[in-house]
Design a protein around this ligand. Structure first.
Ligand code: ADP
Ligand code: MG
Length: 250
């Protein structure tokens, strides 16, 4: 469970003030709002990359003051190492973890097994490009490599910040479907940030709407029928998109 309590965070201007929000294990959330509303800031706070000025965030009871090994983070620009192959990029986190340990301090006892790398290469359809470098891949393959690199570390919480916004529509839809499959298969708690109404409606069983800062109260829109790509063809989906569009307009 993720509990955000009385969170306040500001740069020069306040972004969150006394903000409260809760995410249950295994839930799939979309965080939707216009550019500049604080979506990336919220994700960075959840990831432990930023620390609130007051209030707190707890994940499974543990206060988040630094990055947590079981939280996976995927960004728009992939963050792959250009000089490493797809296989090496996916293995990187495992290697670092086997060297430093999950807490970054204590080296673990067991030796490094790269079997899981092969599993994820297969699962994400990357086996045929395993020896290639990021520059030789399509945008979709790069983002799948980034996803594999994160999931190989077996996170329980997956945070994604506009992960598909630079991809063309068919690739984006393929990766949205894959994200739904993977969260269901692995019981992940997913929080995906997007400025795209249709993406939020398709992926988020619950939608957190943010507005021009400061955000003081969480506005949550339930969307229980989300979870399959066929939802896109249903009247309920179209109605929800309409509601979201109206709320964003404001
Ligand atoms: P979003 O991801 O919703 O587009 P951000 O969380 O990136 O929004 O930013 C929220 C607001 O905070 C924006 O007005 C942005 O300009 C500002 N901001 C973001 N990062 C910084 C920073 N490091 N220093 C100062 N202001 C920032
Ligand atoms: Mg952002």
């Amino acid at each position: 469970m993720i509990v955000v309590s009385n969170l306040s965070f500001r740069y020069q201007q306040p972004i969150f003030e006394q903000f409260n929000w809760q995410v249950e294990p295994g839930e799939t959330w979309a965080v939707l709002g216009p550019s500049g509303c604080g979506k990336s800031t919220l994700l960075a706070l959840l990831a432990g990359l930023k620390v609130p000025q007051s209030g707190e965030i707890r994940i499974h009871g543990e206060r988040i003051l630094r990055p947590r090994p079981q939280t996976g983070l995927i960004l728009q620009d992939y963050g792959l190492l250009p000089w490493a192959t797809v296989r090496e990029n996916i293995a990187l986190g495992l290697r670092i973890r086997s060297f430093y340990g999950a807490d970054g301090v204590h080296a673990p006892k067991k030796s490094l097994s790269l079997k899981r790398v092969d599993f994820w290469l297969e699962r994400l359809g990357l086996a045929s490009v395993a020896a290639q470098y990021p520059a030789q891949l399509s945008g979709g393959q790069r983002q799948r490599t980034a996803i594999a690199r994160t999931l190989v570390l077996e996170p329980d919480v997956l945070l994604m910040d506009e992960p598909f916004s630079s991809l063309d529509a068919p690739t984006r839809e393929g990766l949205q479907a894959l994200t739904l499959e993977l969260t269901a298969e692995h019981g992940l708690t997913l929080i995906i940030v997007t400025h795209a109404i249709e993406e939020a409606a398709l992926l988020g069983r619950k939608i957190l709407l943010l507005h021009q800062p400061p955000n003081r109260q969480a506005q949550v829109i339930p969307n229980p029928s989300a979870g399959s790509v066929r939802y896109r063809e249903q009247a309920e989906y179209a109605a929800l998109c309409h509601v979201l569009r109206e709320s964003l307009r404001g």
